[in-house]
Design a protein around this ligand. Structure first.
Ligand SMILES: Cc1ncc(COP(=O)(O)O)c(C=O)c1O
Length: 389
């Protein structure tokens, strides 16, 4: 008898899966989007790579590393619909964004366009390169809550000018959990002659990501969040015509010897996370691949409904503007700041064993929940009860 397809197996996801991770069973973990969580099988693969390296460091670094990293980045490229030549590993999306920004030359009067939902660390990197050149950062105020993807494109496109040199667009926004229509936004930017950098930090494993379909110049994203890779495993994809002059923030032996040569070796570091991408992809596929994405998005929708009903409050996005992350506004928190959000996060953790970020945006605090295959609806019920108190 053949095994039923993943999508046909009811209740195959949920708390019963949690032991596949090293997660503390006492904690209701609702922040998968924060840093990911690496399954035990992937950590075991990483341990094996480390053991191999440490048994003969010289041999490993000088002979084994290059073929291993070439094959690992090619596997990730295949998964993301890219050619192996066009995708390299970086340590995180912040690093991918920095590599691009710091490889570009801006001039006085140039504009770098992003949205008000941009990731704060990325905003800082933009500030640095803009300030050095006398360029200006423009942040398009994409509506929040967002219930219409076209409204996001419209507002964004309305801030493109003939001076816009570069746009930085988040595929899934960090503080507000919006799934943005990046392909349409990128198209509008290209039509104005701007270069396009997509920050897809959350996208791999959360949505069906084909990096080439975005028609961007550069796409960076994390494998350590929703794709279950070890921490420090991310990628930078560059269109063929956008690889020249692109350098890692750490310039090393491969300088001016090609995209892969520059990024594959950035000095001695622990490569075990990158090399474990095969194990992460295996785990992801064994757990259902597209079924994971569908399940997590459906669970995020149910969680958002449940929390909004319980708190008599509003959701930060409609289902078409949402991936596996959802935000719900916390009533009575007008004007509260980051410190108040951290204090509530701490209280939920100490008093209720719940790990969940509380984020200030649009003059209030919002709870941001992640939905991963080890979560169940009861996790959000527990959160709703704790918040109601
Ligand atoms: C949109 C966005 N960009 C960048 C990052 C940074 O990711 P990392 O810490 O892996 O660099 C995040 C993290 O949540 C994010 O949401």
């Amino acid at each position: 008898m053949s095994r039923p397809a993943a999508a046909d197996r009811p209740n195959r996801y949920g708390h019963a899966l949690k032991p596949l991770w090293a997660l503390d069973p006492a904690i209701t973990y609702l922040n998968h989007g924060g840093y990911g969580a690496t399954p035990r099988s992937v950590l075991a693969a990483q341990d094996r790579w480390r053991a191999q390296l440490e048994a003969e460091p010289t041999r490993f670094m000088q002979r084994d590393y290059l073929p291993a990293v070439t094959s690992a980045s090619a596997a990730l490229a295949r998964f993301l619909g890219a050619d192996a030549e066009d995708l390299v590993f970086v340590e995180n999306a912040t690093g991918g964004v920095n590599a691009v920004l710091r490889s570009l030359d801006f001039a006085a009067g140039d504009e770098l366009l992003t949205t008000t939902h941009v990731y704060p660390a990325v905003r800082n990197a933009m500030r640095l390169v803009a300030a050095r050149a006398g360029a200006r950062i423009v942040e398009a105020p994409v509506p929040y809550p967002l219930t219409d993807p076209e409204a996001a494109t419209r507002v964004f496109a309305g801030h493109l000018t003939s001076r816009t040199r570069l746009v930085v667009i988040d595929l899934v926004t960090s503080p507000t959990a919006l799934l943005l229509p990046v392909a349409e936004m990128a198209k509008a930017a290209r039509a104005k002659g701007a270069k396009v950098l997509v920050d897809a930090a959350h996208a791999p494993g959360m949505v069906d990501l084909d990096v080439t379909a975005l028609e961007a110049d550069w796409v960076t994203g994390n494998a350590h969040k929703w794709l279950f890779a070890p921490k420090g495993t991310a990628f930078l994809w560059a269109a063929r015509g956008a690889q020249r002059g692109l350098h890692p923030t750490v310039v090393s032996h491969g300088f001016e010897q090609g995209f892969h040569a520059e990024f594959d070796w950035v000095g001695t570091r622990d490569p075990s996370g990158w090399l474990s991408i095969g194990a992460a992809l295996d785990f992801y596929r064994e757990q259902g691949d597209g079924a994971i994405r569908a399940h997590n998005r459906a669970l995020a929708n149910r969680a958002a409904d449940l929390l909004a009903d319980a708190l008599k409050s509003r959701q930060g996005q409609s289902p078409e503007c949402r991936g596996a992350l959802a935000t719900v506004r916390l009533p009575g928190t007008e004007g509260r700041d980051r410190a108040a959000g951290l204090a509530l996060n701490d209280r939920l953790w100490r008093e209720h064993g719940i790990e969940v970020p509380i984020i200030p945006f649009a003059n209030a605090l919002w709870v941001r929940v992640s939905a991963q295959i080890y979560n169940e609806l009861s996790d959000y019920e527990k959160l709703a009860a704790a918040l109601a108190r």
